[in-house]
Design a protein around this ligand. Structure first.
Ligand code: SF4
Length: 177
C-alpha cells in the first residue's frame, strides 16, 4: 500500500487514504441510480451495468480484495457555473487515475481499479457489437460496482465534500488476495 500511496501523491491527487475494504458494500440503490441512466452510459459501455456484472458479481469481486487506496482530485470553483474548472478537474482526475491504474497493474496484476464515471479509453465504446478493445485497461466506476462514494470516503476517513466552491472526484484501487 505504501508504494501505491506514494505514487498517488506523486501524481498529484489532492486526497489519498488507505481503505478498510471489509466495509465496502455493493448497494442495489446505487445500481438503480445507474439504471435511471442520468449519465447516459447505462447499457452503452462494457464498463457499466449491465455489462460489468450483476450486483452480486461485483460484490463478490470486492469481497476477494484485502486492501485498497482511495484517491481524490478536488477542484476550486469560481462559482457554481464554473464548468471550465469542473471539466478540467474531471479530465485531470481521469488522466491521473489512468496512470495510477497502469502502475498498480504492474505491481498487482490482479488489482481492481474503480474510476469516476464510465470508461473513456476509447472515443466510442464497442459495446455491445464487438468485444472490449482493451479488457486489460478497461475500468468500471465505483458506482457501477454499487459503491456509495460518500460512504466509502467516510469509511476511509477523508471528506467526500470539501465545502462550498469545491468539487471532488474520487476513485480507488482495490487489491485482491
Ligand atoms: S476500453 Fe474501450 S471498448 Fe473497452 S469498455 Fe473502455 S471504452 Fe469500451
Amino acid at each position: 500500500m505504501e508504494e501505491l500511496i506514494r505514487l498517488a501523491l506523486e501524481l498529484g491527487f489532492t486526497g489519498v487514504a488507505p481503505m478498510d475494504v471489509s466495509k465496502l458494500r455493493a448497494l442495489p440503490e446505487v445500481r438503480e441510480m445507474c439504471a435511471s441512466d442520468r449519465c447516459r452510459r447505462y447499457g452503452h459501455s462494457w464498463s457499466c451495468p449491465p455489462a460489468c456484472g450483476t450486483i452480486e458479481e461485483t460484490a463478490e469481486r470486492m469481497r476477494a480484495c484485502t486492501a485498497g487506496v482511495l484517491v481524490q482530485t478536488t477542484a476550486q470553483l469560481e462559482d457554481e457555473f464554473d464548468i471550465e474548472s469542473m471539466t478540467r478537474a474531471q479530465e485531470e482526475h481521469k488522466a491521473r487515475f489512468l496512470r495510477l491504474a497502469r502502475q498498480a497493474r504492474l505491481l498487482y496484476p490482479d488489482c481492481l481499479p474503480l474510476t469516476a464515471g464510465s470508461c473513456t479509453i476509447c472515443r466510442s465504446c464497442t459495446y455491445p457489437d464487438r468485444p472490449c478493445r482493451f479488457p486489460g485497461k478497461m475500468m468500471s466506476s465505483m458506482e457501477a460496482y454499487g459503491l456509495l462514494v460518500s460512504e466509502v470516503c467516510k469509511d476511509a476517513g477523508i471528506p467526500y465534500y470539501y465545502g462550498p466552491g469545491t468539487l471532488t472526484y474520487s476513485a480507488c484501487i482495490l487489491i485482491r488476495g
